[in-house]
Design a protein around this ligand. Structure first.
Ligand SMILES: [Zn+2]
Ligand SMILES: [Zn+2]
Length: 273
């Protein structure tokens, strides 16, 4: 049985999204602010997950100090550099998060000791956006975080008022209460050779917001049809959001993670993420 071990790394780099053969208008339509000719930068955060059997003598999948050494060596090429100008990897391809994580895989994977495999790389461009790569050619996942603020009341109509108070406690307050919900949407697909993205970001935002705009600054129980009959628990919310977003994204939609508060998080349909 394999055990999975993950270590976190940081590096900072600048980049620019630009296709020479496209007009300024075309570049700006696809890449927006990222076309700025002098570049812009990010504090990247990389999670490296390795997997393998636990060594019976050392009790380890792999020495984390060794993993730190070899990944840091790889990241030295990127840290405090301009990805387009100072590295050889982005002459033809755009240094999107998807392409960068794929390039990092190609550099880290061959360095791992025998018997240890690279299971996953997750690269955050900022806390609201990451790409994951599993070593499957052009295939990657892309995750973006959205927010909506809404009121609700937890109340099961088939139960007595007393039972509702007992089960839901403060959340049963007749006049409701509210949350800043955060929704992480994960899609997957092939990294487009031209744009370097698995999904058009502007289009993804438009589709997600077409759902969330009807929930934001509303009362879920009164203003979202699905919660007229069933309690607006986070479990029910994440399933309803899945149904609505699946209708817009089809099989490209892979996973939803709903944060009701910083302490309560709900995943659907995958058990772990
Ligand atoms: Zn950027
Ligand atoms: Zn609540």
């Amino acid at each position: 049985m394999d055990v999975f071990a993950t270590r976190r790394f940081n590096f900072s780099a600048s980049h620019r999204y630009w296709r020479e053969e496209w007009s300024l208008e075309q570049n700006e339509a696809v890449f927006g602010k990222c076309t700025n000719r002098y570049g812009h930068g990010h504090n990247y955060e990389l999670f490296v997950t390795v997997a393998g059997a636990v060594d019976p003598i050392t009790g380890m999948v792999m020495n984390m100090v060794e993993l730190k050494r070899l990944v840091t060596m790889v990241l030295d090429q990127f840290d405090h550099k301009h990805l387009n100008e100072d590295t050889p990897y982005f002459r033809e391809v755009i240094p999107t998060t998807e392409n960068l994580v794929r390039v990092l895989w190609g550099l880290i994977e061959p360095q791992l000791p025998k018997g240890v495999r690279l299971a996953k790389l997750r690269l955050y461009e900022n806390s609201d956006l990451y790409a994951e790569y599993f070593g499957r050619q052009q295939q990657a996942t892309f995750n973006r975080r959205y927010e909506f603020s809404a009121a609700h009341r937890l109340h099961a109509q088939s139960l007595t008022d007393e039972a509702n108070r007992e089960i839901y406690g403060k959340c049963n307050n007749p006049n409701g209460h509210g949350h800043n919900y955060q929704l992480e949407v994960t899609v997957d697909g092939l990294i487009d050779a031209q744009t370097g993205m698995v999904i058009d970001l502007v289009d993804m935002d438009r589709r997600v917001q077409s759902v969330l705009d009807n929930w934001d600054h509303r009362h879920l129980d009164y203003q979202v049809a699905e919660f007229a009959e069933q309690p607006s628990t986070a479990e029910n919310i994440v399933v309803v959001l899945w149904q609505r977003l699946e209708a817009l994204f089809g099989s490209q939609l892979k996973h939803l993670r709903l944060w009701e508060t910083a302490n309560n998080v709900f995943d659907y349909p995958l058990s772990q993420h």
